[in-house]
Write a protein that binds this ligand. Sequence first.
Ligand SMILES: [Zn+2]
Length: 347
Amino acid sequence: MIQKIFSNPDIYQIDIPLPDNPLKNLNCYVIQDKEETLIIDTGFNRPECMEAMKNGLAELGVQWEKTSFFLSHLHSDHVGLVYALTKDKPCPIYMSRVDYHYLGDSLKGDSWLQLEEHYEKQGMPAQYTQVLRTTNPARSFAPSGYFDATTLEDGDTITVGRHTFTCILVEGHTPGQMCLYYAPEQILFTADHILFDITPNITSWMEMEDALGDYLKSLKKIRQYPIKLALPSHRKNDMDVYQRIDEIVHHHNIRLKEVLQALAQKPNSNAYETAAMLRWSMRGKSWEEFPLPQRWFALGETMSHLDYLIKRGFVKQHKGDIYQYQLSHPLEEAFVILDKIWEQEQQ
Ligand SMILES: [Zn+2]
């Protein structure tokens, strides 16, 4: 199913379904001008996504020899199909340098094993990380092979026909995610940096000390741009982008306070136990009924909030076989200091 979003440059949206996934769909944007085509993101490496993608591209009459891909970040729902789509018919693929290298490590190396160990140190039972080897969509629907890409830095540009788009590095959701900005019409492809009816997942990354802090900085960065049309990678956008940024910032402030509260209630909890005490929108299900992939994401999000609190002196980490966490200040005092820091950082 395709939908025209904008004229001159022509922007279309192919609706790629993500079956059995809470994200529901991926918005694959296709920009066309002067017979040139740029495809933004692909969907998972699974047949349902491939079918929707192929139908959409056929409907648009895309000429492969004048087509390129822009991959906004390393997640499988964005890059999953790129190998299958290009292995027999190569075309230029653009991706941020940082995320391309991370993705390469996970496709070729043992970074998943390291991540499993890391999650077990944070309290996730080993029998769960074993099950997740085959049930985590991030792993099972990743590209089936390694692919070459032209790597991008912050501020680099990509042209489609007569139109030039600027890549904006927005680290946080992943180490090197990029938004694409079209200045003449103030259009921003937000990728997963800003989503509108779900909150982007912010997790902890092995080589990022403070992913949440970086994410909040990247929200501030986007605030500086004039934006008339914000096009997210999932679901729809029916609200003002700046208002949505305020809401997301507020969400993380509340989440940080929940983490502090949980540790005040049960000092020396590990991250997995802390995650179980937080509020998640899981349709009335208890933590134990929460599907394992969702628990994996919830633990990651809890870890990123703990990292933020550790870096700013709110929480102490005790490194044993399993890491435990403890507040550095009484709860009420911690809230007051957090509000002060928050105000400074958000200015
Ligand atoms: Zn993502």
